[in-house]
Design a protein around this ligand. Structure first.
Ligand SMILES: NC(=O)c1ccc[n+]([C@@H]2O[C@H](COP(=O)([O-])OP(=O)(O)OC[C@H]3O[C@@H](n4cnc5c(N)ncnc54)[C@H](OP(=O)(O)O)[C@@H]3O)[C@@H](O)[C@H]2O)c1
Length: 303
């Protein structure tokens, strides 16, 4: 059923992204694993092939914190592939060290949101104009602790070390909504949705202090589910026919951290279309270019 369909999963070499890749490959899609570390990605591809022996998986280098890398990735993808059916904007970093990327932007906003914002803009015209075309963004329960600090976008004045992660994950959710609104008003059928994976023990917590990590490991069995279960919201958003633009999915069990997939809870702030429109404009300024014209599909020109 999915023969000939192509997916990209960013951050596909571990955790949720690896299991999203396995699920998409099982469903018969051709998957491009977009990873910044090709050694880790090679090992991850072996894992995918053990799980799905006939998987069609390709590796391509992508560092989302670096807009030059995002542009090179998009150009290389366009050289190799004629279309794109599913884009899973999965990669993410949790950074407590207040790092910035090479352009001076706070690392989590740069990686989790801006890199994906530009990537989507550079590839969306390759998506067929049909409801099976999906852009899936990854948010987090942590979005509830965030606002978009337009007057302090790099979070320099923030005392709370987790605020910048919350802001970045809120940005992913608001981007998914705003993209959905703009696709609809451009008359396109491509679907933009968002998910959160709940809680899962993954590479995401590598930057935690030793004490935080120790405490997390103690409670993890009670408050998390497996990486494979954590990938289910992404797989639902990417593959199910029961998905509409603007949907937000996540686990429905204990504190929304684990359990079966359903519609996820979100803050009123995250649904503010005016904030989302302003974030879109600021994102364009930060990536240095306007988002792609959504009324045009590039597929006709390439046919
Ligand atoms: N784990 C949770 O409980 C949880 C909860 C809520 C939301 N999430 C979200 O779920 C998504 C997946 O996270 P995970 O839990 O699977 O964590 P993970 O195992 O650390 O996976 C994150 C992936 O993102 C990649 N990545 C990080 N920075 C990148 C960059 N600059 N360019 C390209 N790739 C980059 C990582 O690559 P490297 O291997 O090279 O570092 C890795 O493949 C993230 O968006 C995260 O925010 C996770």
């Amino acid at each position: 059923m999915n023969d000939g369909k192509i997916a990209i999963v960013t951050g596909a070499n571990s955790g949720v992204g690896l299991h999203t890749t396995i699920g998409l490959a099982k469903a018969g899609l051709d998957v491009v694993m977009a990873c910044r570390n090709l050694d880790k990605a090679n090992t991850a591809r072996d894992t995918v092939r053990r799980a799905v022996p006939d998987a069609r998986v390709d590796l391509m280098e992508l560092d989302l914190s670096d807009l030059t890398s995002v542009r090179s990735f998009a150009a290389a993808f366009r050289e190799k592939r004629a279309h794109l059916n599913v884009l899973v904007n999965n990669a993410g970093v949790l950074d407590y060290s207040r790092r910035r990327n090479g352009a001076g932007v706070e690392l989590q906003l740069a990686t989790n949101h801006l890199g994906h914002f530009l990537l989507t803009s550079l590839l969306i015209d390759l998506m067929p104009d049909e409801a099976e075309s999906r852009v899936v963004s990854l948010s987090s329960i942590a979005h509830k602790q965030g606002t978009i600090a337009f007057d302090d976008i790099n979070c320099e004045r923030q005392q709370n070390k987790t605020f910048a992660y919350a802001q970045s994950k809120l940005a992913c959710l608001m981007f998914a909504d705003e993209l959905n609104r703009r696709l609809k008003s451009a008359g396109r059928k491509v679907v933009s949705t968002c998910v959160h994976p709940g809680g899962t023990d993954s590479g995401l917590f590598d930057d935690a202090s030793r004490l935080e990590y120790f405490v997390f490991k103690l409670v993890a069995p009670f408050i998390t589910h497996s990486n494979a279960d954590a990938a289910k919201p992404s797989l639902h958003a990417a593959l199910s026919t029961d998905v509409r633009g603007g949907d937000y999915f996540g686990p429905q069990g204990f504190k929304d951290l684990k359990g079966p997939v359903g519609h996820a809870k979100r803050t009123a702030y995250s649904q503010d279309a005016q904030v989302a429109a302003r974030l879109w404009q600021v994102s364009e300024e930060l990536v240095g270019e306007a988002f792609a014209d959504l009324s045009k599909s590039g597929l006709e020109q390439r046919a």
